[in-house]
Design a protein around this ligand. Structure first.
Ligand code: NAD
Ligand code: GLY
Length: 370
């Protein structure tokens, strides 16, 4: 049984996100339908070197069955593929394959492939359709929906990109069977983020289902994905280009999280592990700066613990962490901004003065050392 969520963003074509086990088999028919392809169409599957041996054949077979001529490009797995160099290679390969404006790009993989292929589609011949086929939990709950695409520069992550909404999203949850455990936890961090920002209903549903989720129970996982997609679709509908002070809520936990990733050295902690720590920190900061309760902080800690995201046994010099936060692209005019939860489902975007951040970072570091 598939769950279907419709994403209706003002000024964009409405698209469907289908969530369920075994959906890859029906991918071709949905691509044809979503992209309005008549006759023999051309599809390009962009995937990575880990995902290709697992799911490329099934994706291409389904596209072929629907009468689409499918080619593929495989990029090396990992964040390094979100580069101008790889993007240039993808565009050259697309031109070499003779793809024209009516082709459709199928992004088969995690957030790296989704962001890279989405940007490739956004600019190739000034824009061709993209269908997102997320194969990581993080990509299913977050990156495949909402249209942010980008590659990294030496100067920082995601510095060049475009908003490119997909024509369709196909989240085949059976692809998660091969996902490494650490990548599951990466996705869980974003699920907790969504639940804490969204509502009591989602947050307490998570608390009730944490054990089932940690055990990868198929029904619980599918429901968590659907809840995240509904939440994200609403946020993006309210603030498509992150210019209205709403979409920023999706950065909850990311202010300290990004600084941890950078100072610890990329790859030391996963993005999810760093974001989980960032949410623990932001919740404590919010106790002082936004009136969050001790009960909220504790409930979030317990949920993260239950999903295998314990507090990190790592610290750094508070001054270095503050400096890293100020250099982040989310900072404005040298001021660090935090998404602060006042309570479950209630948040504010706040510029916190340096002294307040430093005091909390010192307490955070001392608690770990003590
Ligand atoms: P990823 O794409 O690197 O995937 C993680 C690892 O899992 C990779 O090694 C990949 O090859 C492997 N993998 C993927 N699917 C698999 C499967 N089913 N079985 C086995 N292995 C599999 O990482 P990610 O966590 O999915 O995405 C991170 C990226 O997403 C970052 O670049 C981040 O900036 C981006 N992101 C984008 C948005 C957005 O809104 N566009 C939101 C959040 C994150
Ligand atoms: N994950 C951040 C966003 O889509 O805005």
């Amino acid at each position: 049984m598939a769950t279907k969520v419709m994403v209706n963003i003002p000024g964009e074509n409405t698209y469907s996100v289908r969530i369920g086990a075994g959906l890859l088999a029906g991918l071709g028919a949905h691509v044809r339908d979503a992209c309005g392809i008549q006759g023999v169409g051309r599809a390009l599957v962009i995937t990575d070197s880990n995902v290709a041996p697992l799911y490329r054949a099934a994706a291409k077979a389904s596209l072929a069955e629907a009468g689409l001529r499918a080619s593929d490009i495989v990029v090396p797995a990992g964040e390094e593929s979100k580069s101008l160099e790889v993007l240039g290679e993808v565009w050259e390969a697309m031109a070499g394959l003779g793809l024209s404006r009516d082709c459709v790009v199928v992004a088969l993989g995690g957030g790296v492939v989704g962001d890279l292929a989405g940007f490739a589609a956004a600019a190739y011949m000034r824009g061709v359709d993209v269908v997102q086929v997320p194969t990581t939990l993080l990509a299913m709950v977050d990156s495949s929906v909402g249209g942010k695409t980008a590659v990294n520069l030496e100067a920082g992550k995601n510095l060049v990109g475009a908003f490119k909404q997909p024509a369709h999203v196909c989240a085949d949850t059976s692809t998660l069977d091969t996902l490494p455990e650490r990548e599951w936890r990466c996705g869980f961090a974003e699920v907790v983020k969504s639940a804490a920002i969204d509502s009591d209903d989602f947050f307490f549903w998570m608390a009730d289902h944490a054990e089932a989720l940690a055990a990868h129970d198929a029904d619980a996982v599918a429901e968590a994905i659907a809840r995240c997609v509904v939440f994200k679709a609403d946020v993006v509908a309210a603030d498509k280009t992150e210019s209205r002070g709403v979409r920023e809520c999706l950065n909850y936990g990311h202010t300290l999280g990004h600084a941890i990733e950078k100072l610890a050295g990329y790859g030391t902690f996963t993005h999810g592990e760093a974001v989980a720590e960032g949410m623990r920190f932001a919740a404590r900061l919010a106790q002082d700066a936004a009136g969050a309760s001790a009960e909220f902080v504790q409930a979030q800690d317990e949920l993260l613990d239950a999903l295998g995201l314990p507090a990190l046994d790592w610290t750094a010099d508070p001054a270095d962490l503050l400096d890293a936060m100020k250099r982040d692209k989310k900072a404005r005019g040298g001021h660090v901004r935090f998404v602060l939860p006042r309570d479950v489902g209630d948040w504010q975007l706040a510029e916190v003065p340096d002294e307040g951040i430093l005091a909390h970072l010192r307490a955070w570091a001392e608690a770990k050392q003590g």
